[in-house]
Design a binder for this molecule. Sequence first.
Ligand code: ADP
Ligand code: MG
Length: 254
Amino acid sequence: MAVLEVVGVSKTFGSGELAVQALKPTTFSVEAGELAALLGPSGSGKSTLLLSISLILEPSTGRIVMNGQEVYNSGWTGIDVRRFRRENIGFIFQQHNLIPFLTAQENVALVMQLNGASRREAARRARELLGYLEIGHRADSLPANLSGGELQRVAIGRALANEPLLVLADEPTAALDTNRGTKVMAMLRKIARERGSAVITVTHDRRMIEGFDAVYYLDDGRLSATEPGGAQLHLPRGGSPEAARAVAGGEGKP
Ligand code: ADP
Ligand code: MG
Protein backbone atom coordinates (compact mmCIF):
# COMPACT_ATOMS: atom_id res chain seq x y z
CA MET A 1 0.00 0.00 0.00
CA ALA A 2 1.16 3.50 -0.75
CA VAL A 3 2.24 5.45 2.31
CA LEU A 4 1.28 8.64 0.53
CA GLU A 5 -1.11 9.26 -2.35
CA VAL A 6 -1.37 12.75 -3.72
CA VAL A 7 -4.09 13.32 -6.32
CA GLY A 8 -4.57 16.63 -8.10
CA VAL A 9 -3.20 18.63 -5.21
CA SER A 10 -2.65 22.30 -6.02
CA LYS A 11 -1.92 25.42 -4.00
CA THR A 12 -2.75 28.99 -4.87
CA PHE A 13 -1.58 31.86 -2.68
CA GLY A 14 -3.65 35.04 -2.65
CA SER A 15 -6.71 35.71 -4.75
CA GLY A 16 -7.92 37.70 -7.75
CA GLU A 17 -5.25 39.47 -9.75
CA LEU A 18 -2.66 38.77 -7.09
CA ALA A 19 -3.21 35.01 -7.09
CA VAL A 20 -0.10 32.86 -7.54
CA GLN A 21 -0.58 29.17 -8.32
CA ALA A 22 2.60 27.97 -6.63
CA LEU A 23 1.68 24.33 -7.20
CA LYS A 24 -0.27 23.12 -10.23
CA PRO A 25 -2.50 20.03 -9.82
CA THR A 26 -0.05 17.33 -8.84
CA THR A 27 -0.43 13.56 -8.71
CA PHE A 28 2.10 11.06 -7.39
CA SER A 29 2.54 8.42 -4.73
CA VAL A 30 5.27 6.94 -2.57
CA GLU A 31 5.54 3.46 -1.11
CA ALA A 32 6.89 2.32 2.23
CA GLY A 33 10.68 2.26 2.15
CA GLU A 34 10.87 4.43 -0.95
CA LEU A 35 13.46 7.19 -1.13
CA ALA A 36 12.39 10.07 -3.38
CA ALA A 37 14.07 13.35 -4.26
CA LEU A 38 12.47 16.57 -5.38
CA LEU A 39 14.60 18.88 -7.53
CA GLY A 40 13.85 22.23 -9.09
CA PRO A 41 14.94 25.86 -9.23
CA SER A 42 14.26 28.36 -6.49
CA GLY A 43 10.62 29.44 -6.46
CA SER A 44 9.41 26.37 -8.38
CA GLY A 45 7.11 25.23 -5.57
CA LYS A 46 9.21 22.59 -3.80
CA SER A 47 8.56 23.89 -0.30
CA THR A 48 4.89 24.46 -1.11
CA LEU A 49 4.54 20.81 -2.15
CA LEU A 50 6.44 19.53 0.88
CA LEU A 51 4.50 21.71 3.32
CA SER A 52 1.23 20.59 1.73
CA ILE A 53 1.98 16.89 2.11
CA SER A 54 3.25 17.50 5.63
CA LEU A 55 -0.21 18.88 6.42
CA ILE A 56 1.28 22.18 7.56
CA LEU A 57 -0.10 24.15 4.62
CA GLU A 58 -3.69 23.58 3.51
CA PRO A 59 -3.84 22.86 -0.23
CA SER A 60 -6.36 24.58 -2.51
CA THR A 61 -7.58 21.48 -4.36
CA GLY A 62 -7.11 17.73 -4.53
CA ARG A 63 -6.90 14.72 -2.28
CA ILE A 64 -4.25 13.36 0.10
CA VAL A 65 -4.33 9.82 1.50
CA MET A 66 -1.76 8.62 4.02
CA ASN A 67 -1.52 4.96 4.95
CA GLY A 68 -5.07 4.46 3.74
CA GLN A 69 -6.47 7.37 5.74
CA GLU A 70 -7.95 10.21 3.71
CA VAL A 71 -6.68 13.39 5.33
CA TYR A 72 -7.56 15.99 2.72
CA ASN A 73 -10.29 16.06 0.11
CA SER A 74 -10.92 19.62 -1.06
CA GLY A 75 -10.61 20.42 2.64
CA TRP A 76 -9.39 18.61 5.77
CA THR A 77 -11.51 15.52 6.25
CA GLY A 78 -12.26 16.06 9.91
CA ILE A 79 -9.25 14.27 11.34
CA ASP A 80 -7.21 15.93 14.06
CA VAL A 81 -4.55 17.24 11.67
CA ARG A 82 -2.02 18.25 14.32
CA ARG A 83 -2.20 14.93 16.05
CA PHE A 84 -2.10 12.97 12.78
CA ARG A 85 0.97 14.96 11.73
CA ARG A 86 2.71 14.39 15.06
CA GLU A 87 2.10 10.67 14.90
CA ASN A 88 2.75 10.03 11.21
CA ILE A 89 5.11 12.63 9.76
CA GLY A 90 8.67 13.63 10.58
CA PHE A 91 9.91 16.90 9.14
CA ILE A 92 13.54 17.97 8.72
CA PHE A 93 14.19 21.61 7.92
CA GLN A 94 17.12 23.33 6.26
CA GLN A 95 18.19 24.62 9.65
CA HIS A 96 18.18 22.18 12.53
CA ASN A 97 15.81 24.28 14.71
CA LEU A 98 16.89 22.49 17.88
CA ILE A 99 16.04 24.04 21.24
CA PRO A 100 19.35 25.60 22.36
CA PHE A 101 19.05 24.97 26.10
CA LEU A 102 18.20 21.27 25.77
CA THR A 103 20.79 18.56 25.06
CA ALA A 104 20.62 16.48 21.89
CA GLN A 105 18.94 13.69 23.81
CA GLU A 106 16.44 16.05 25.46
CA ASN A 107 15.53 17.61 22.11
CA VAL A 108 14.58 14.18 20.76
CA ALA A 109 12.94 13.00 23.98
CA LEU A 110 10.73 16.07 24.16
CA VAL A 111 8.93 15.09 20.95
CA MET A 112 8.38 11.58 22.34
CA GLN A 113 6.93 13.02 25.51
CA LEU A 114 4.58 15.24 23.50
CA ASN A 115 3.30 12.01 22.00
CA GLY A 116 2.62 10.45 25.39
CA ALA A 117 5.87 8.68 26.33
CA SER A 118 6.93 8.90 29.96
CA ARG A 119 10.02 10.97 30.73
CA ARG A 120 12.05 7.87 31.51
CA GLU A 121 10.93 5.93 28.47
CA ALA A 122 11.51 8.95 26.20
CA ALA A 123 15.03 9.44 27.56
CA ARG A 124 15.89 5.78 26.93
CA ARG A 125 14.45 5.71 23.41
CA ALA A 126 16.04 9.05 22.48
CA ARG A 127 19.47 7.75 23.48
CA GLU A 128 18.92 4.57 21.49
CA LEU A 129 17.81 6.53 18.43
CA LEU A 130 20.85 8.84 18.58
CA GLY A 131 23.00 5.74 18.77
CA TYR A 132 21.31 4.40 15.64
CA LEU A 133 22.12 7.70 13.91
CA GLU A 134 25.75 7.26 14.97
CA ILE A 135 25.70 10.26 17.23
CA GLY A 136 25.13 8.58 20.57
CA HIS A 137 28.42 9.90 21.92
CA ARG A 138 27.01 13.45 21.58
CA ALA A 139 23.70 12.75 23.32
CA ASP A 140 24.48 14.95 26.31
CA SER A 141 25.85 17.88 24.32
CA LEU A 142 24.03 21.15 23.85
CA PRO A 143 23.41 22.27 20.25
CA ALA A 144 26.04 25.02 20.59
CA ASN A 145 28.71 22.34 21.02
CA LEU A 146 27.76 20.28 17.96
CA SER A 147 28.95 20.62 14.35
CA GLY A 148 26.53 21.36 11.52
CA GLY A 149 26.41 17.73 10.44
CA GLU A 150 25.87 16.53 13.98
CA LEU A 151 23.08 19.05 14.52
CA GLN A 152 21.32 17.86 11.40
CA ARG A 153 21.58 14.25 12.53
CA VAL A 154 20.00 15.18 15.86
CA ALA A 155 17.28 16.93 13.87
CA ILE A 156 16.77 13.67 11.95
CA GLY A 157 16.48 11.92 15.30
CA ARG A 158 13.81 14.37 16.35
CA ALA A 159 11.94 13.78 13.09
CA LEU A 160 12.09 10.01 13.70
CA ALA A 161 11.10 10.25 17.37
CA ASN A 162 7.60 8.93 16.89
CA GLU A 163 8.49 6.42 14.16
CA PRO A 164 6.69 8.25 11.36
CA LEU A 165 5.63 6.45 8.20
CA LEU A 166 6.59 9.51 6.18
CA VAL A 167 9.79 11.53 6.57
CA LEU A 168 10.02 14.85 4.73
CA ALA A 169 13.13 16.97 4.42
CA ASP A 170 13.42 20.44 2.87
CA GLU A 171 17.00 20.95 1.67
CA PRO A 172 18.49 19.26 4.75
CA THR A 173 22.04 19.52 3.40
CA ALA A 174 21.92 23.11 2.13
CA ALA A 175 23.86 24.46 5.10
CA LEU A 176 26.47 21.67 5.03
CA ASP A 177 29.63 20.98 3.07
CA THR A 178 29.55 18.07 0.61
CA ASN A 179 31.12 15.62 3.01
CA ARG A 180 28.69 16.27 5.85
CA GLY A 181 25.80 16.55 3.41
CA THR A 182 26.59 13.12 2.00
CA LYS A 183 26.52 11.68 5.49
CA VAL A 184 23.12 13.20 6.22
CA MET A 185 21.77 11.78 2.96
CA ALA A 186 23.22 8.38 3.87
CA MET A 187 21.21 8.56 7.10
CA LEU A 188 18.02 9.27 5.15
CA ARG A 189 18.75 6.28 2.92
CA LYS A 190 19.29 4.09 5.98
CA ILE A 191 15.96 5.22 7.42
CA ALA A 192 14.10 4.25 4.26
CA ARG A 193 15.90 0.92 3.84
CA GLU A 194 15.99 -0.26 7.44
CA ARG A 195 12.94 1.32 9.04
CA GLY A 196 10.65 1.24 6.02
CA SER A 197 9.65 4.89 6.21
CA ALA A 198 8.95 6.67 2.95
CA VAL A 199 11.43 9.53 2.64
CA ILE A 200 11.02 12.56 0.39
CA THR A 201 13.79 15.10 0.32
CA VAL A 202 14.13 18.39 -1.51
CA THR A 203 17.64 19.10 -2.68
CA HIS A 204 19.53 21.47 -4.92
CA ASP A 205 22.51 19.21 -5.14
CA ARG A 206 22.43 16.42 -7.72
CA ARG A 207 25.43 14.73 -6.15
CA MET A 208 23.20 13.97 -3.19
CA ILE A 209 20.64 11.83 -4.98
CA GLU A 210 22.73 8.80 -5.78
CA GLY A 211 20.84 5.61 -4.99
CA PHE A 212 17.41 7.24 -4.82
CA ASP A 213 14.39 5.31 -6.07
CA ALA A 214 12.59 8.22 -7.66
CA VAL A 215 13.55 11.72 -8.68
CA TYR A 216 10.90 14.32 -9.38
CA TYR A 217 11.45 17.67 -10.96
CA LEU A 218 9.37 20.77 -10.27
CA ASP A 219 9.33 23.66 -12.68
CA ASP A 220 7.02 26.61 -12.16
CA GLY A 221 4.70 24.54 -10.00
CA ARG A 222 4.51 21.62 -12.42
CA LEU A 223 5.78 18.23 -11.27
CA SER A 224 7.30 15.71 -13.65
CA ALA A 225 9.51 12.67 -13.48
CA THR A 226 11.61 14.11 -16.27
CA GLU A 227 13.79 17.15 -16.30
CA PRO A 228 12.51 19.82 -18.74
CA GLY A 229 14.03 19.26 -22.15
CA GLY A 230 15.75 16.14 -21.22
CA ALA A 231 16.97 13.31 -19.27
CA GLN A 232 14.73 10.81 -17.59
CA LEU A 233 15.49 11.41 -13.95
CA HIS A 234 13.40 8.60 -12.63
CA LEU A 235 15.70 5.94 -11.26
CA PRO A 236 13.88 2.69 -10.59
CA ARG A 237 15.35 0.62 -7.81
CA GLY A 238 16.36 -2.89 -8.83
CA GLY A 239 13.99 -5.62 -7.75
CA SER A 240 11.19 -3.36 -6.67
CA PRO A 241 9.54 -1.76 -9.68
CA GLU A 242 6.39 -0.83 -7.80
CA ALA A 243 8.46 1.06 -5.29
CA ALA A 244 9.64 3.33 -8.03
CA ARG A 245 6.25 3.77 -9.64
CA ALA A 246 5.61 7.37 -10.40
CA VAL A 247 2.61 8.99 -11.89
CA ALA A 248 3.66 12.56 -12.09
CA GLY A 249 1.92 15.24 -14.07
CA GLY A 250 -0.37 18.15 -14.15
CA GLU A 251 -3.69 16.52 -14.95
CA GLY A 252 -4.61 14.87 -11.68
CA LYS A 253 -8.31 14.60 -10.98
CA PRO A 254 -9.39 15.99 -7.65
P1 ADP B 1 10.80 26.69 -3.68
O1 ADP B 1 10.74 25.98 -2.35
O2 ADP B 1 10.90 25.76 -4.85
O3 ADP B 1 11.89 27.71 -3.72
P2 ADP B 1 8.26 27.84 -2.87
O4 ADP B 1 7.35 26.69 -2.75
O5 ADP B 1 8.81 28.42 -1.63
O6 ADP B 1 9.43 27.49 -3.90
O7 ADP B 1 7.51 29.02 -3.64
C1 ADP B 1 6.80 28.79 -4.87
C2 ADP B 1 6.10 30.09 -5.27
O8 ADP B 1 5.07 30.39 -4.33
C3 ADP B 1 7.00 31.31 -5.31
O9 ADP B 1 6.57 32.12 -6.37
C4 ADP B 1 6.73 31.97 -3.98
O10 ADP B 1 6.95 33.36 -4.07
C5 ADP B 1 5.27 31.67 -3.75
N1 ADP B 1 4.93 31.58 -2.32
C6 ADP B 1 5.42 30.69 -1.43
N2 ADP B 1 4.90 30.86 -0.20
C7 ADP B 1 4.04 31.91 -0.32
C8 ADP B 1 3.15 32.59 0.59
N3 ADP B 1 3.04 32.20 1.87
N4 ADP B 1 2.42 33.61 0.12
C9 ADP B 1 2.51 34.00 -1.18
N5 ADP B 1 3.30 33.41 -2.09
C10 ADP B 1 4.06 32.36 -1.68
MG1 MG C 1 12.00 26.08 -0.65
